[in-house]
Design a binder for this molecule. Structure first.
Ligand SMILES: [Zn+2]
Length: 127
C-alpha cells in the first residue's frame, strides 16, 4: 500500500512502531513533516524511508502549564531532538529531571498511543 505524504501517514507508521521520514529521490535529502513535494527542490519524486530512533537533544524546557491535549501530564519536559539527516522532532521526555539534561544528550524515540503525538522520548545513555 502506498502511503500518502501526510501527517496521518506518519502517525500510522508510529502506531506500527516505525519512525518514517520522507526522502526525495531527486536531491537525496530527507524531511519531516511530510509534504507532497520536496521543500528543498520541489520534486514530487518522494519515498518513505525508515531512520534510526536515537537522536540528540538540541533544545529542552520544562512545562508547568500543560498545553491542550497534554492536561494529564502534570508538569513535563519537552525536548527538541535532532536525528540523522537533520530531522528534528519535538516531544515529551519521560523519566528525566531537567537538571540532568544538556544539549547533545542522546535520547531514544519510543511510540505510545498514550501521548497525543503518538510518541515520546527516553534517555538513551546513563548520566
Ligand atoms: Zn529534493
Amino acid at each position: 500500500m502506498v502511503e500518502e505524504f501526510t501527517l496521518e501517514s506518519f502517525k500510522r507508521f508510529c502506531e506500527n512502531n516505525r519512525f518514517m521520514v520522507v526522502k526525495c529521490n531527486n536531491c537525496g535529502r530527507i524531511f519531516l513533516p511530510p509534504k507532497m513535494f520536496c521543500p528543498y527542490c520541489d520534486s514530487k519524486d518522494l519515498v518513505w524511508m525508515e531512520i534510526g530512533r536515537v537522536g540528540v537533544i538540541v533544545s529542552y524546557t520544562e512545562v508547568h502549564v500543560p498545553l491542550k491535549g497534554f492536561e494529564k501530564f502534570n508538569s513535563y519536559i519537552v525536548v527538541l531532538v535532532e536525528f540523522e539527516g537533520g530531522i528534528r522532532l519535538p516531544g515529551i521526555l519521560k523519566n528525566a529531571k531537567i537538571s540532568d539534561l544538556d544539549i547533545g544528550v542522546k535520547v531514544l524515540l519510543e511510540f505510545s498511543k498514550d501521548y497525543p503525538s503518538g510518541y515520546y522520548f527516553t534517555l538513551q545513555q546513563p548520566l
